[in-house]
Design a protein around this ligand. Structure first.
Ligand code: AMP
Ligand code: MG
Length: 319
């Protein structure tokens, strides 16, 4: 991965410029589909002769996953609705939930899909508000990844617990869409799902894709760019979803240990690695863990690179 510093330029413009370059290799016009799904604007771009049909299939699959992974529908909805009982789920969801439990173990619970009750309390699914300490304390007993039971393709959570896959769903889906494009014979694509960007192969001209990393303080500016191929570039940031009450800003990434928005001194974390699901999960976890713990963690994870932005504006790059 090579990084370059640039001054503020519109992120969208950069991506389009980058994608538009034909270079001296196989010059191909990209096929693009833009849809709203998973609570965000999603842009899928692919090159090559099957790109159009592959993207149409990807859009269909995207909508299926949107239902499958939502808190209120599909497999996750069924687990939540039947809390207290074992529920049969698809092989894909079973594997994803097993991975989630492992991410929790690896990050000492900084990543935890059982934060559903906290997310609900803070109103990030409906009307945002600051809950009382009593409400947080009451919800606490229904939080804890260790209580997820996985056996023979079935999943059980305790009564009162709610799974929320918001921190990992887009990464998981990005990986699955990439797989689908590969099955259609596509070898070059870039998919953008909110803060999740993933790349398949290289650009048709043989160069790497350039992904801009947004300046957390300015939606029209970027801090850095990364050059990648076959990799995910996933950002978790407090600027992505937040509300203000009595002059205080509250964001959507919860520290499972406090039930409150994580206050680790970071405003954004970007993770770059080949595994889309892991990139998404770890970006959220690192945001909760903060710069020091994350730097320590990454010493034993050379497969992952990270760019962290502190509240002070300091940028820490680990690779
Ligand atoms: P992301 O944007 O990938 O960092 O995911 C944030 C979303 O994941 C939130 O909107 C919540 O739905 C959920 N979430 C919040 N905090 C956590 C956490 N510590 N672990 C797992 N999921 C979380
Ligand atoms: Mg995430």
């Amino acid at each position: 991965m090579k990084m370059m510093r640039k001054t503020a330029v519109c992120l969208a413009a950069i991506l389009l410029l980058t994608l538009g370059f034909g270079g001296c290799g196989i010059s191909q016009e990209p096929e693009t589909r833009t849809v709203f799904a998973m609570d965000t604007v999603i842009t899928l771009t692919a090159y090559g002769k099957n790109a159009g049909s592959a993207l149409d299939a990807a859009v269909q699959k995207l909508n299926d996953y949107d239902v499958l992974l939502d808190v209120d529908s599909g497999d996750i909805g069924a687990i939540n609705e039947n809390a207290g009982e074992f529920v049969g789920v698809s092989g894909e969801v079973y594997k994803l939930l097993s991975d989630c439990v492992e991410f929790s173990r690896q990050t000492d619970g900084a990543f935890d899909i059982t934060v559903g009750r906290y997310v609900e309390l803070w109103g990030f699914r409906s009307q945002t508000r600051v809950p009382s300490d009593e409400e947080i304390a009451e919800a606490e007993e229904f939080i804890g990844w260790e209580q997820i039971e996985l056996a023979d393709g079935k999943v059980k959570i305790p009564e009162g617990m709610q799974l929320d896959l918001g921190a990992v769903a887009k990464g998981f889906v990005a990986g699955k869409l990439k797989q689908l494009l590969t099955e259609y014979g596509v070898t070059s694509a870039i998919l953008s799902l909110g803060g999740n960007v993933t790349t398949l192969g290289k650009k048709p001209d043989g160069t790497q894709f350039v992904v801009a990393i947004r300046d957390p303080n300015d939606a029209d500016a970027y801090l850095d760019t990364v050059q990648v191929s076959d990799s995910a570039v996933v950002t978790s940031g407090s600027y992505m979803r937040w509300f203000e009450q009595d002059g205080v800003r509250y964001h959507h990434i919860i520290d499972p240990k406090t039930g409150k928005p994580a206050d680790s001194g970071l405003v954004s974390v970007t993770v770059i690695c080949t595994d889309d699901t892991a990139a998404d999960a770890y970006a959220t976890a690192f945001f909760v863990m903060g710069a020091e713990k994350t730097s320590e963690f990454l010493k034993s994870h050379p497969e992952m690179n990270a760019i962290m932005v502190k509240t002070s504006g300091e940028i820490i790059r680990i690779n």
